[in-house]
Write a protein that binds this ligand. Structure first.
Ligand SMILES: NC(=O)c1ccc[n+]([C@@H]2O[C@H](COP(=O)([O-])OP(=O)(O)OC[C@H]3O[C@@H](n4cnc5c(N)ncnc54)[C@H](O)[C@@H]3O)[C@@H](O)[C@H]2O)c1
Length: 353
């Protein structure tokens, strides 16, 4: 049995990852450490509450005392660090918390893991620290070319700058201490349990309520979308076979403009839910400050080295995703009450007036 400390496991990708891992493997025990910020939701994991190989701990990756206690009490073999502040719009308004969690929190986690792992075995034999990063650390592409693992850092938002800071720290731990870190950089994920401040669930939620669908600028920003389960499969492979001290880009070669994504959602809902959900709901709003124009990932390395490739074509993944939100309207209603309302008013409030 191997014990994995998953941080941020109550968020979107983390909760999908825990489901994927415990659903497919019996040899892993998962300890989920999550602060339960606005983005963390234990409802995402309620079916695992009594699972024998799952333990939840509420807490902050920035607390050395808590991490020390966890490492002391449990034989942690691997760390998968999802915990982060993740929304670019929030980082533009409040950059400090992004530095605190994404940079200082990651530094703390690296430091405590190093202390406990080096005590167990000088060569860190078998241990691995997966830092979950993002393609946003590479900046913005023009119409041609793709991000490879060698593309230089060029983060352009406080969010991506804080993630780049975490990557650099992780890489420095490998260079300085030989600490067994692997970094993964993925594009935009979509699927179940995503907080509705992000494009796809936001559009589904608003369309179902026939609220305006706010599209930044001309809506022609391009993102490289990956179904979250494909991302979870890639992370699992990296955990099992990834080469320490290296980076793996993860992407499904699925570039879409934001407007294409929004129209795909409208078409589905118009056909299957309500004919009154039409493109007339689209409302172009002032573009996000410093909005990156295009992300495009070259996943050749993970495909050739680890044999991974995305299994879910976008037209299938998006239908599965929309259906999940339709079947989980109570989940959607719960997460969009409270704090989400005041956030939404700050960012898009004008649309409702
Ligand atoms: N969502 C994407 O499309 C995407 C793409 C590439 C990379 N990533 C990266 O993947 C990771 C997970 O993203 P997500 O979309 O699931 O995020 P999310 O916002 O849905 O979840 C983040 C989780 O981290 C927890 N958290 C925040 N601060 C914490 C702290 N100080 N200590 C412990 N837990 C804390 C939150 O409670 C939440 O459960 C992040 O590191 C993000 O940068 C996300």
């Amino acid at each position: 049995m191997k014990t994995i400390l998953v941080t941020g496991g109550a968020g979107f990708i983390g909760s999908n990852f825990i489901h994927y891992l415990l659903g497919n493997y019996s040899e892993y025990k998962v300890i989920n450490l999550d602060l339960l910020t606005y983005a963390g939701n234990l409802e995402n994991l309620k079916d695992l509450a009594h699972h024998g190989n799952y333990l939840f701990i509420q807490g902050d990756i920035s607390s050395s005392a808590l991490l020390e206690a966890i490492f002391k009490a449990n034989p942690i073999d691997y760390v998968v660090n999802f915990a982060a502040e993740t929304h670019v719009d929030r980082s533009i308004r409040e950059p400090e918390i992004f530095v605190r969690t994404n940079v200082l929190g990651t530094a703390n986690l690296l430091n405590v893991a190093r202390k406990y792992w080096v005590n167990r075995d000088d060569s860190y034999g078998g241990n691995k620290f997966i830092q979950i990063s993002t393609d946003e650390v590479y900046g913005s592409l023009s119409a041609k070319g793709f991000f490879t693992e060698d593309t230089p850092y060029n983060p352009r938002s406080p969010y991506s700058a804080s993630k780049a800071g975490a990557d650099l720290l992780a890489q420095s731990f490998y260079a300085t201490y030989g600490f067994p870190v692997v970094i993964t950089r993925c594009g935009n994920n979509y699927g179940p349990y995503q907080f509705p401040e992000k494009l796809i669930p936001l559009m589904i939620n608003n369309a179902l309520q026939k609220k305006p669908l706010p599209v930044y600028g001309d809506g022609l920003q391009i993102r490289d979308w990956l179904y979250v389960e494909d991302h979870c499969a890639a992370i699992t492979l990296v955990l099992q076979k990834g080469k320490v001290g290296t980076v793996y880009n993860i992407g499904g070669r699925n570039e879409q403009t934001n407007l294409q994504v929004v129209k795909t959602i409208i078409n589905y809902l118009q056909k299957h839910v309500d004919p009154l959900i039409t493109v007339d709901l689209i409302k172009h709003v002032a573009d996000r400050k410093g909005h990156d124009r295009r992300y495009g990932i070259d996943p050749t390395k993970i495909q050739t080295e680890l044999g991974w490739s995305a299994q879910t074509p976008f037209h299938i993944g998006i239908e599965k995703t929309i259906r999940w939100y339709l079947e989980h309207q109570e989940w959607l209603a719960n997460v969009t009450s409270g704090e989400y309302q005041s956030y939404y008013q700050k960012i898009y409030g004008r649309l409702e007036q």
